[in-house]
Write a protein that binds this ligand. Structure first.
Ligand SMILES: Nc1nc2c(ncn2[C@@H]2O[C@H](COP(=O)(O)OP(=O)(O)OP(=O)(O)O)[C@@H](O)[C@H]2O)c(=O)[nH]1
Length: 381
């Protein structure tokens, strides 16, 4: 984290960051991490329970607030002993038959997880962190991100589980000053969403839920699930924060009825949160500089106003971008709240994923066509 909390950092990573076997600036391999979010009772623990018993070949450290329903898993309870932090925040750890570790934390602070990984690194391929039902994932992602260069973890993706029976009500809950509520923030920040408990709803309700979450965040990969059962290989190695597919809008999931995406478009429907997608041409180096400057002014809460934007200014919760430059290079832009990161990708995320077209996607409050106009006019296209 920046020493001065008022001055957020631009995190600049020239190389694609790790993943299993990857390296950071100090060429240190990183352990990928998934943040698991979702409203109270949505099915997060059910997903973790499934992961902890499934045969997936990964040694996953699952970090949760308490062991909850998973205490029936046959495992030996160990007292976690960190020589560097004897009074640390980790309560205990279970080693499971499929090689997974299950860690219980009182304090889900990123430092506690980093400490656990530092000690257990050779025993872990992946870290899954369950956030509490009312948590806003953005500060956790930011806290982790700010520490990324020094730590052993690399954020792979944010996964959100929603209860299809109750989520429409949860998304509609009012907050003072039209602030987004917790459920909206969780959907806005995520890369993957499980529309869970489909056994409890009609096909019509399921379509309505799918439309509502796409209206908040059209970049989501969507899985319809019962008991959070999803193909687990779709949960790993998404590299949502570092690959060229980061800003891909899954075809057919975007909410434009006409299916055309060659225009700026904003969607908000009935939510406090809306999205704007701005297609980008291939940029010159000078245009890329201008785009970076625009993002700094837009996302950082400083003196500088975003050029060409009048009050009320957008409040951006999540930014995703894929940029192609005239010299043939590419950039991936990923932002959570006021912090953003630029990486140079090496190839797309996963086999079979379409190459994304260059674009910027902004998700947040007061995000609308004005943002597209101001960005295009400043960058000059
Ligand atoms: N009918 C039905 N019940 C489900 C499904 N998935 C989970 N449940 C049940 O829903 C309840 C809540 O699931 P959890 O996995 O504990 O939810 P959670 O998101 O971890 O809840 P919190 O920890 O309170 O935030 C449990 O009783 C689950 O068995 C599903 O697909 N269908």
């Amino acid at each position: 984290m920046s020493e001065d909390d008022d001055v957020p950092q631009l995190l600049d990573a020239d190389e694609e960051q790790g993943g299993a076997g990857g390296g950071d600036a100090f060429d240190r391999p990183k352990v990928p991490m998934t943040l698991l979010t979702g409203y109270l009772g949505a099915g997060k623990s059910t997903l973790l329970d499934y992961i902890l018993t499934a045969d997936h070949g990964y040694r996953i450290a699952v970090c949760m607030n308490d062991f909850g329903d998973t205490t029936d898993i046959e495992a030996k309870s160990l007292t976690f002993n960190n020589p560097d932090e004897p009074n640390g925040t980790t309560d205990s750890m279970l080693t499971l038959p499929n090689g997974c570790l299950c860690c219980s934390f009182k304090d889900m602070g990123i430092q506690a997880i980093e400490d656990m990984v530092a000690v257990q690194k050779d025993k872990i391929d992946w870290v899954m962190v369950e956030l509490t039902g009312l948590a806003d994932p953005a500060p956790i992602a930011r806290g982790f991100w700010a520490n990324e260069e020094m730590g052993d973890l690399i954020l792979d993706s944010i996964v959100c589980v929603v209860d299809t029976k109750n989520v429409l009500k949860q998304l509609a809950e009012d907050r003072p000053d039209n602030e987004p509520n917790e459920a909206e923030k969780q959907v806005a920040c995520a890369d993957v969403i499980l529309l869970n408990k489909t056994d409890l709803v009609s096909p019509e309700t399921l379509s309505e839920v799918a439309e509502s979450v796409a209206a908040i965040n059209p970049t989501l990969r969507v899985f319809e699930t019962v008991k959070s059962r999803m193909p687990l290989d779709s949960l790993f190695n998404l590299k949502a924060f570092t690959s060229s597919a980061a800003a891909a809008l899954p075809e057919g999931k975007a909410c434009c009825a006409d299916g055309k995406h060659d225009h700026d478009h904003a969607h908000g429907h009935r939510n406090a949160i809306s999205t704007v997608t701005i297609p980008l041409p291939v940029l010159t180096g000078a245009q890329w500089e201008k785009l970076s400057g625009f993002l700094e002014a837009l996302l950082w809460d400083g003196e500088e106003r975003p050029p060409g934007l009048q009050d009320p200014l957008p409040d951006v919760l999540r930014t995703k971008g894929y940029v192609r430059l005239e010299d043939g290079s590419e950039r991936v832009v990923q932002g959570v709240a006021d912090m953003f990161e630029v990486t140079t990708p090496r190839g797309s995320t996963r086999d079979g994923d379409p190459e994304p077209s260059p674009k910027m996607v902004f998700i947040g409050r007061r995000v609308d066509e004005r943002l597209g106009q101001a960005l295009r006019s400043h960058v000059g296209f």
